[in-house]
Unconditional design. Sequence first.
Length: 195
Amino acid sequence: MSPTLEVSELPQAGPTLQRILREQQTLLDSAGVGIVFIRQRQIVRCNQRFVDIFGHESAEEAMGQSSQSLHATTEAFRELGRNAYPVPVVQEKQALFDHAMVDIAFISQQRMTRCNQHFEQMLGYGPGELGNTATRQWHFSDADWEDANQRCYTPLTDGKIFVGEMTLRAKDGRAVVCEVRVKAIDPLRGQRQLS
């Protein structure tokens, strides 16, 4: 199981940072590739896929270890150290978002707040074309859209996660059948993550 940074561990974290951390954890947990965060040449966070790839007992066991073990030679380790610098939390989240192997969209008030390139490509849109668009445009009819709302979003009000198959409408009108997972990121503000 990948380690989870609890928001309660950051008593001075404001709502924006709390939301960012929840989104980051969702991306980490959803990634199909090994992900590790390294600060000052030590492993500070990783997902379960990384643990599996590098043969650690657990994510907790990997944390705190030197990142030198990830390099073929001591010289390769030193060279990277000379060229690398720490990445702030927001940039870490953006790197996960940009390179996730799944389609990801964040929705608030039934409007797209942002999505990754995979999501745009799946529906045939160019970079940025889906920004602030209504989710209705991904459905073939008002009835399909209402059905999606009932199936996906209603369970979120009870703290549940929706997982199921859904047919979405691509930009060119073709049907795209996909497995959908919807999780509430900020239930009070109606923000959801769709992957």
